[in-house]
Design a protein around this ligand. Structure first.
Ligand code: IMP
Ligand code: MG
Length: 332
């Protein structure tokens, strides 16, 4: 049995999508399953000349031999999902659980105005209102829609059977630790818990079945939307450092700050991390761009990594050195 859970350690947008697609190809899991909130999450994956922006499908879909699944804890926008299945050529191997909640017009409308939009800076994807309806027990589920029946499978059973048969399963989280409804900077958070435990509950895997928890940190911190961000840089300063980024779902400019050890330490604790992945090392140290061997990294880059390992008492095993799926140093 080998199961790996990958979650974000800051405020989302740590580069999980790219790390997950690397693991999906490298480790060749039988199933790649997505937990998390819903289509409020956007992951960017670069494969050759092609750039994929995914909001619903698991980011590991590039591995054509794997089944990709969405767990019952996730709310789905059927139009977004169907378009991604078609555009990314994943039909026949994409599945959802019958208990996935379904986002409808009303949720999109309720998310596009009022408190959620103005105060929380929500993504407007309908995810929060749908999860709120689910808590009220009025949300419709995938099983209520004939048009979704061909996609439905029993996701928890599939995952647990694969693990019993010693197959590898990759479990991907969305958002990041400090956007968790329980552990984040409430009320400036998403509508679910998105730490490793929450992600496992979303897909139906119990705590004793988890082997590895990889927490992904970017080499600096970004946050899109409102809410506290310690030692936030001005947009000008962020731009100078090459840290100005724009949200995958909303296109909003992300706010930025230096790597935050206090947040990172807490993320390691909350997620029970066994490994750390650091992304965008090439943005801090341009001489690391595209490197795939640890020994090829500059001394400054190596001491940045070493310092993180010492401070957080957890090994940094996977290091992102560029946007392409294989721009990775893998020390596992
Ligand atoms: P909501 O989840 O759309 O309600 O948005 C709540 C807060 O979480 C807002 O600040 C969003 O910008 C943020 N958020 C939600 N999903 C993501 C994500 O995948 N990455 C980064 N921020 C997110
Ligand atoms: Mg994102």
């Amino acid at each position: 049995m080998t199961s790996t859970v990958v979650v974000g350690g800051f405020f989302g947008d740590e580069g999980k999508g790219k790390i997950i697609s690397y693991l999906a190809i490298k480790d060749n899991p039988k199933i790649i399953v997505r937990g998390g909130a819903g289509p409020n999450a956007g992951h960017t994956i670069t494969d050759g000349d092609r750039v994929y922006k995914v909001r619903m499908l698991p980011s590991g879909f590039l591995n054509k031999d794997a089944k990709v699944m969405i767990g019952p804890g996730v709310v789905i926008n059927p139009e977004v999902l169907k378009k991604e299945i078609e555009d990314f050529d994943v039909s026949g191997r994409s599945f959802i659980d019958k208990h996935c909640g379904i986002i409808e017009e009303t949720h999109l409308n309720r998310d596009s105005k009022g408190e959620l939009k103005e105060k929380i800076g929500s993504t407007g994807s309908g995810t929060g209102p749908a999860n709120s309806d689910r808590a009220m027990r009025v949300l419709k589920l995938a099983k209520d829609f004939d048009s979704l029946s061909s996609l439905i499978t029993d996701v928890p059973s599939e995952i647990n059977s694969a693990l019993s048969a010693n197959e590898h399963v990759l479990i991907e989280g969305t958002q990041g630790t400090f956007l968790s409804l329980w552990h984040g900077t409430y009320p400036f958070v998403t509508s679910k818990d998105v730490t490793a435990s929450g992600i496992c509950a979303d897909v139906g895997i119990g705590p004793t079945k988890v082997d590895e928890v990889i927490v992904v940190f970017k080499s600096y911190v970004t946050r899109v939307g409102t809410g506290p961000l310690d030692k936030e840089l001005s947009l000008d300063e962020a731009e100078k450092k090459g840290w100005s980024e724009f949200g995958t779902v909303t296109g909003r400019q992300r706010r930025a700050a230096d790597f935050d050890f206090d947040l990172a330490r807490r993320a390691i604790m909350l997620n029970g991390a066994t490994q750390i992945s650091i992304t965008k090392l090439d943005v801090l140290f341009s001489d690391c761009a595209g490197k795939t061997l640890y020994d090829e990294l500059s001394d400054d880059a190596k001491s940045f990594i070493k310092n993180i390992e010492d401070e957080l008492n957890t090994p940094v095993t996977i290091i992102g050195t560029g946007p392409a799926v294989n721009d990775v140093v893998d020390r596992r």
